[in-house]
Design a binder for this molecule. Structure first.
Ligand code: PLP
Length: 357
């Protein structure tokens, strides 16, 4: 990224880019994404500021091409999908949430039942941002093609890209649109994109200078694109497999120290780097703050906003009681995590738990 911040500060879309090479990071980013996702062509990628923008774009484009219609979402989507879907519901679209089972996996029977002729979009995430559960994207794609061949299939794959094998010309060939963010696979923040299947037309997001094939105008963020290109070419799901061992070791240690711990979605296919669990008697937010004081940064499934506690929508959709959800903790391991980190974490959890409970 540094050369594009310190030396090559030229405009990537100027007519001189052939000389300045300022357009090189974009080309590399598109080529790396093609390899990572086995996409058809570099032209399938439009770069955005990240998945929030890409997800919003899917809905804003739909609102331009349709006046009404049926939209199906899973009950555990990220707010960057549910909020724009709510907007469309307000202006007359029929937005239906498909329930998930106790593990957080979308009910395929309910999806099949909801797939009516007037369905224009199905948006179901590839991997959940809290539980790490992998939704059955290939099966969902086949159901959509069988029952609603003209519906657009979008998947928010922000948590999945770089962590599991994805094959857009293989078992994910029914996916039409796919959102991603580079920072989820060790790239920089503020860059990501939308994969648009070859031949699918969507309305431009931003009009102006015609950048990104006329779909998203604005001067390219060349440094961030260089970062995305490097991260995407280094990302390989095989590296994340070793995280499975680390995550499983962590969960075994956790259950040894806290036999009553509830580990969510343990019976479903999950991302290799995610562990989401509840320790009864623990207050999630307080534990997160105490661990942060010890240099351990993790998440919780409940948040206190304006004096009221908000519970994880994902846990609610899975039917988890509030009193358990309040004590939920979410750990994401990275390729830099080690067994020593796990020992340190479990020890700190034990010490703080003893102090708090
Ligand atoms: N979708 C999912 C599933 C996410 O986990 C996130 C961020 O954590 C987003 C969308 C939004 O990504 P960004 O903040 O990079 O726009």
């Amino acid at each position: 990224m540094l050369p594009y911040l310190t030396e090559c500060y030229f405009n990537a879309s100027a007519s001189t880019s052939g000389f300045t090479l300022a357009d090189k990071p974009r080309k590399k980013a598109a080529a790396s994404m093609v390899r990572l996702l086995n996409a058809e062509d570099t032209n399938c990628f439009t770069f955005t500021s990240g998945a929030t923008e890409s997800n919003n774009w899917v809905f804003s484009s739909l609102a331009k091409s349709h006046k009404t219609g049926r939209i199906l979402l899973s009950a555990v989507e990220h707010p960057s999908v549910t909020a724009p879907a709510d907007e469309l519901a307000r202006i007359g679209f029929d937005v239906i949430q498909i329930p998930v089972d106790t593990q957080g996996v979308v009910h395929l029977d309910a999806l099949q039942e909801a797939l009516r002729e007037d369905t224009i979009l199905v948006s179901i995430m590839a991997a959940n941002n809290e539980t790490g559960v992998l939704e059955p994207i290939a099966e969902i794609g086949h159901l959509i093609r069988e029952h609603c061949p003209n519906a657009i299939f979008h998947t928010d794959a922000t948590q999945a890209v770089g962590k599991i094998p994805i094959d857009l010309q293989g078992d994910w060939e029914e996916v039409d649109l796919l959102s991603f963010s580079a920072h989820k696979f060790h790239g920089p923040k503020g860059i990501g994109g939308l994969y648009i299947r070859q031949g699918l037309d969507i309305h431009p997001l931003l009009l102006g200078g015609g950048q990104e094939k006329g779909l998203r105008a604005g001067t390219s963020n060349t440094a961030a694109l260089a970062g995305l290109a490097a991260a995407a070419s280094e990302a390989s799901s095989s590296k994340f497999h070793k995280l499975c061992d680390l995550r499983d070791t962590f969960e075994s240690c956790l259950l040894y120290e806290f036999p009553a711990a509830t580990i969510y979605s343990r019976d479903a296919l999950r991302l290799p780097n995610t562990s989401f669990f509840s320790l009864s008697g623990v207050h999630g937010e307080e534990m997160v703050a105490s661990l942060a004081g010890n240099g351990i940064i993790i998440g919780t499934g409940s948040a206190c906003s304006s004096g009221a506690i908000q519970f994880s929508k994902t846990l609610q959709a899975m039917g988890i009681e509030h009193k358990l959800a309040i004590s939920s903790l979410r750990i994401s391991f990275s390729k830099y995590s080690t067994i020593k980190d796990i020992e340190f974490l479990v020890n700190k959890l034990k010490t703080i738990h003893r102090e708090q409970c």
